[in-house]
Design a protein. Structure first.
Length: 302
């Protein structure tokens, strides 16, 4: 299945044009990062942090030296900056990894007049916001196939830079092959308009080692309702063939039935792996989907 849009006859690959504009991520990313941080701040009260100091390799924070501690624990370089002694604390290794994949293929560039943002912009905001919130809650996050999982407080900028640099991801509508560890969480953010059998095979690979996962399906309201009337031609956003459907009003019923069947199949695929499926419309606030996903991850992470 390929996303479709009723377009003027002279339109050419609108999805790719939009994603190339949005993937000049250098231009749009600063605004999306700010929006992601705003959404993340709304999640702060809904996430109970599990992060604490303990044995590990990743730096977490400096804290004041406490009388009675061994002098060898003092970080003298940091302490030299002011009149206090500081200890370098490292992240507790009980934090687990949460891996993200954000679809940036051509179909994600679609935005109707009813939407608050294009699907790709909303997906990026949701992914970055959730990453920021999870790190604040004590977890490590990374991008499948692009970065290692980390708990850096600058994780939003790190992930944004990795996405900007990853030009190859613009032509991928499924996550790259990866093998998350047992008990890792995987969050896939996409419109999931790929044929279900391909999605099933991808999820089976990701879940093979026992990782747990969540599908966050981002849709435009027009993709839900197909409100067109009159004569229309549908153009595939990813370079597929055009389809002259005649009267759009009479064709809409069949379209909505097929979308519903596709969603049901996705739900079956997710349920079969023990994963969850969440639907988010781009005319709704990003915070709604972010809060639901954060709640699901926390509930399953125990």
């Amino acid at each position: 299945m390929v996303a479709t849009q009723a377009l003027a006859a002279d339109a050419r690959r609108p999805g790719r044009r939009e994603t190339e504009g949005a993937s000049a991520l250098a231009a749009k990313m600063p605004r999306l990062v700010l929006e992601a941080r705003r959404v993340s701040s709304l999640l702060a009260h809904g996430l109970h942090g599990r992060r604490r100091a303990g044995p590990g390799e990743s730096f977490w924070q400096f804290r004041p030296f406490v009388t009675g501690e061994a002098a060898s624990r003092v970080d003298w370089r940091r302490s030299a900056r002011d009149d206090r002694l500081y200890v370098r604390e490292r992240e507790w290794e009980a934090a687990h990894n949460i891996w993200f994949w954000i679809d940036r293929s051509a179909s994600m560039g679609f935005a109707s007049d009813l939407a608050g943002a294009s699907k790709i912009e909303r997906a990026l905001v949701l992914g970055l916001a959730l990453a920021d919130a999870f790190v604040d809650g004590g977890e490590r996050v990374g991008l499948l196939g692009l970065t290692r999982a980390r708990a850096s407080r600058g994780v939003v900028e790190t992930l944004a830079q990795a996405l900007v640099a990853d030009r190859g991801g613009l032509d991928r509508d499924l996550p790259p092959p990866a093998h998350p560890a047992r008990f890792d969480e995987v969050v896939l953010i996409s419109d999931f308009l790929t044929p279900p059998d391909q999605i099933a095979a991808s999820l089976a690979g990701l879940a093979g080692a026992g990782s747990r996962g969540h599908l966050l399906m981002v849709v435009d309201p027009i993709e839900e309702t197909f409100p067109f009337t009159g004569q229309a031609v549908l153009h595939g956003l990813e370079g597929g063939p055009s389809l002259d459907i005649g009267d759009a009003g009479s064709w809409g019923g069949r379209y909505r039935a097929r979308i519903a069947a596709h969603r049901e199949r996705l739900q079956e695929i997710a349920r079969g792996q023990g994963w969850t499926l969440t639907l988010h419309r781009t005319d709704r606030p990003a915070s709604e989907a972010a809060l639901r996903l954060a709640t699901l991850v926390i509930a399953r992470g125990g």
